[in-house]
Ligand binder design. Structure first.
Ligand SMILES: Cc1ncc(COP(=O)(O)O)c(C=O)c1O
Length: 294
């Protein structure tokens, strides 16, 4: 993983990331009392800005916080962070914690000022081998908490699941519960069967994915049939294609699941149509404003 870019933003000021400091009494540090977002930036422009900020606002609302900035203020801040880090392609990490306090108290203190931290990271182009051969995944039981729809920094179960995938030499851990597909440890998961693109329904157990939402929209526009509904483990294991989606990588084909070939064992036609639609959409958005006028 490449090192982050040099300039960060912390609590009102741009500064070198290497010099950024927070208190050990910050509730983000003590309790993972914090939410975050990750946005890709293409040619200097944050991608799906409104969708990411809307999800951040929702996550904050669900943990009884308000967004510390308005949408225009977020747009200006993100744009300046990108420029200060040289523009081009990158991704932005945005974290809002409930703030630092006098001691370690579980109960909320509404008087706290939130900690707001942003950094930028390099976004390397997708390895050509992924396009040609896809990636591998393992399955694991979902051991996370009951509110995975909140993009919380409380990610220990995700971290452990991803590490199990890495131990197995694979890219992602796909999480299952009660015989049903949930999502990846850091991605949404979709499956293709008989040319229909299936995605599990949203609810407290999975994160609403900005990339998945766009993928389903682009699929429908491209004439691919889309079905949102529960997906069984059996359907996952007998899928023609399995797709992962996440902001930093778009849509990736999974060609190996628990060591067995998925479908024909190579990236499938729905993935390749979606990848092309994604690229066209990305180019169509280049240079357009982040926020709708008015
Ligand atoms: C658990 C989880 N689900 C789904 C996603 C995909 O969300 P997005 O497409 O907005 O990146 C992520 C992305 O980080 C994630 O961590």
């Amino acid at each position: 993983m490449a090192a982050p870019l040099p300039i960060a933003w912390l609590n009102g000021a741009f500064q070198p990331l290497a010099e950024a400091r927070i208190s050990p009494l910050d509730r983000g540090f003590l309790f993972a009392d914090a939410v975050y977002e990750v946005l890709p930036v293409y040619a200097g422009r944050p991608f799906l800005f409104v969708e990411h900020i809307a999800r951040l606002e929702r996550s904050l609302g669900e943990i009884r916080m308000r967004s510390p900035l308005t949408r225009p203020a977020w747009a200006a801040l993100l744009t300046e962070l990108v420029e200060r880090n040289g523009g081009g392609d990158m991704y932005l990490y945005v974290q809002v914690t409930r703030g630092a306090e006098e001691g370690r108290n579980h109960a909320l203190n509404p008087a706290l000022a939130p900690t707001v931290f942003l950094m930028a990271c390099p976004l390397a182009p997708l390895d050509e081998s992924v396009r040609l051969t896809g990636v591998g995944a393992i399955t694991l039981p979902d051991e996370r908490w009951g509110r995975c729809d909140i993009k919380s920094t409380s990610l220990l179960a995700n971290v452990l699941a991803k590490s199990r995938a890495a131990d197995a030499g694979e890219t992602e851990a796909i999480l299952l519960a009660n015989g049903k597909l949930r999502e990846g440890s850091s991605s949404s998961t979709m499956v293709v069967k008989d040319s229909v693109l299936h995605a599990p329904p949203y609810g407290p157990e999975i994160l609403p994915g900005t990339t998945r939402d766009l993928a389903l929209k682009l699929a429908a526009e491209a004439g691919i049939a889309v079905c949102v509904g529960p997906i069984t483990e059996e359907q996952l294991r007998t899928a023609d294609e399995i797709l992962l989606s996440f902001a930093t990588r778009g849509v990736l084909p999974v060609t190996r699941l628990d060591g067995a070939a998925v479908g024909a064992g190579r990236p499938g036609p729905v993935w390749s149509r979606l990848a092309a639609a994604f690229e066209a959409h990305r180019q169509a958005l280049a240079g357009t404003p982040l926020l709708p006028a008015g």
